[in-house]
Design a protein around this ligand. Structure first.
Ligand SMILES: Cc1cc2nc3c(=O)[nH]c(=O)nc-3n(C[C@H](O)[C@H](O)[C@H](O)COP(=O)(O)O)c2cc1C
Ligand code: SF4
Length: 552
């Protein structure tokens, strides 16, 4: 069934993309008008269109009735800024006009909210009258700085169209194998979480036989604490787009798409602007710079579903299906978007691929080690004296990152959630034992992931934090597999009861639930959420001892 929908959606393709059509109709109309016409155009049943539409938070009538949305991500929650913010917005806009959104990527200043298509944070709420009137206000920016021995992601080697033109001239006339070999010898691994070697991914896809192939940039960064992809999309867009163009050249694709989350309106604007600049300069389109290579880029805007960051759900979303995870294999490199061979890469991976081509693979592989090579963007939240996004050599001690680059902490912090809601909860006492290294984090029972840091202050209840994590996986899981669907719900129920004071935590049952989810889930959303919860139970058992039901 889903194969048919992929193929039907693929007949029309990215230029008149089904998901964008479904979203636009839904955002414009309060009733069902127009659904039948879309179904007829794509030769699908009306229920298929309804089914896809009802999956997304932003397309639900209950969401569309609201005017403002406060960020309910982990960083804003730990900073404790959101209740007062919500109250102020409700006073201005009405009790039932304020909803929630999961992580707006303003973890460095908190107080984050979304109003009328724009994000605001920090002190912006003090100018709410101007915001409501539609006036532009001056907003604070975060610190972005490279501490790396060589900067691959933050330098200005690809910050204007002339630089793109000169480098395209060079690399579109370089042997494709040579480019793949550069990536392979750089030891670049995917920055989106799974850590697959990027050169190998491009190589596999280049060898797949098909007339049509796709390059997909995964810009659905939803991890609380992370704003590094947002930095690249807004401040280094040409590096990301250059990576996509070169990937297209290497694998033999003439079309790519960036799936950008709707919570990042400025990123969408920046990428749109850069695509237009490239088109106007003849650096996208037919026979680029007189070569035989043609390539075009499209944008797909997410509609508020964290699971769309998982590559098979992301593909389903672009195709206009419900964004449910698919079983792999087949992997996208052989059967991806519209069932055609596809490279799906994270924003930072694509920018790093560009940096490697511009600076040489040896400089990248010389940093860190074979499995954790090169540089990485690290995001520090508002509890640090210098919150911001930093480019840092892999292998750097975490203590140095926190104390030297981050300037130390403003208050007593007992733990850090590193790598988003699916990453580990690292007790403050363990930080000095860790370096910025994917494998080291995993070996210690944590997960580096996208390297975002959310600080959990001393007075924040760990039972409350576990409740937040279960609530997140209950809200954001796709519902495809039952260990994930039921497990998340059951876990949340246990902590709901604890909060209400109706029951303590049956620890044996909770441990069994966590192991079942870890072992039985189809993907790492509900399958990895046990990691931070187990970390908390292991390291903060003392704090939680009164919450736990003994002898069960
Ligand atoms: C629940 C879940 C959420 C994910 N979210 C993202 C995301 O926001 N961005 C991303 O690039 N990869 C995300 N991934 C990983 C992707 O599935 C995929 O591995 C990645 O986009 C591949 O690109 P890379 O090789 O450049 O890392 C997520 C995976 C899971 C299981
Ligand atoms: S683990 Fe959760 S998000 Fe992943 S497939 Fe299962 S229900 Fe969906």
């Amino acid at each position: 069934m889903s194969k048919n929908i992929s193929n039907l959606s693929g007949r029309i393709g990215l230029k008149n993309n089904l998901f964008q059509k479904i979203s636009e109709r839904s955002l414009k109309s309060k009733n069902d008008s127009g659904i039948k016409e879309i179904a007829e155009e794509y030769k699908m049943g009306v229920s298929t269109i309804h089914g896809a539409e009802s999956f997304y938070e932003f397309l639900r009538p209950s969401h569309r009735e609201k005017k403002a949305f406060v960020c309910n991500g982990s960083a804003c929650m730990c900073a404790g800024t959101q209740e007062t913010l919500k109250k102020k917005l409700k006073e201005k806009l009405g009790e039932d006009k304020v909803g929630e959104m999961f992580c707006l990527g303003h973890c460095y200043e908190n107080h984050a909210f979304h109003y009328d298509g724009e994000n605001y944070a920090g002190k912006d709420i003090n100018q709410i009258d101007k915001i409501i009137k539609g006036e532009n206000i001056k907003q604070d920016k975060y610190i972005s700085k490279s501490f790396a021995s060589t900067s691959f992601l933050m330098d200005d080697k690809l910050s204007n169209i002339d630089q793109v033109k000169n480098n395209l001239k060079k690399f579109l006339n370089t042997d494709k194998k040579e480019i793949v070999n550069s990536l392979l010898s750089s030891n670049l691994t995917g920055r989106g979480g799974a850590g697959f070697p990027t050169g190998m991914k491009w190589d596999f896809c280049s060898k797949a036989k098909s007339e049509k192939k796709y390059v997909v940039c995964n810009a659905d960064e939803g991890d609380s604490g992370a704003f590094s992809d947002r930095y690249l999309l807004e401040d280094q867009p040409l590096k990301v787009l250059f990576g996509m163009i070169i990937c297209g050249y290497v694998i033999g694709s003439n079309e790519g798409v960036l799936y950008i989350r709707g919570e990042y309106p400025k990123s969408i604007e920046a990428i749109n602007g850069s695509i237009n600049e490239l088109k106007n300069a003849g650096l996208l389109g037919e026979k680029i710079l007189g070569t035989n290579f043609s390539f075009d880029l499209n944008i797909c805007i997410g509609q508020g579903a964290y699971i769309c960051g998982e590559e098979t759900a992301l593909i389903a979303s672009i195709e206009g299906r419900r964004a449910e995870v698919d079983v792999r294999p087949p992997f996208p490199v052989t059967e991806g978007l519209y069932k055609k061979p596809t490279v799906v890469n994270n924003v930072e991976t694509l920018a790093a691929a560009t940096g490697i081509l511009l600076n040489g693979p040896d400089k990248f592989s010389a940093i860190g080690n074979k499995k954790s090579a090169g540089t990485k963007l690290v995001c520090l939240d508002s509890f640090f004296n210098n919150p911001g996004v930093y480019e840092i050599d892999m292998g750097t001690p975490m203590k140095k990152i926190f104390e030297e680059f981050g300037g130390g902490l403003k208050e007593d912090i007992k733990a850090f959630q590193i790598g988003g809601p699916l990453g580990g909860v690292v007790p403050a006492t363990e930080i000095e034992k860790l370096n910025l290294d994917f494998q080291e984090f995993t070996a210690a029972g944590f997960m580096l992931g996208h390297a975002s840091v959310v600080s959990i202050p001393k007075n924040f209840s760990m039972a409350e934090y576990i409740h937040h994590l279960f609530e997140f996986s209950t809200e954001e899981s796709c519902g495809k597999c039952f260990p994930g669907r039921l497990g998340s719900y059951r876990g949340k129920e246990m902590f709901d009861q604890l909060k209400k004071g109706t029951s303590k935590i049956p620890i044996k049952l909770l441990n069994e639930l966590l192991i079942t989810m870890k072992k039985g889930c189809l993907c790492a959303l509900c399958g990895a959420i046990p990691t931070p919860i187990m970390n908390i139970l292991k390291y903060f058992g003392d704090e939680m001892k009164n919450d736990i039901l003994k002898d069960n």
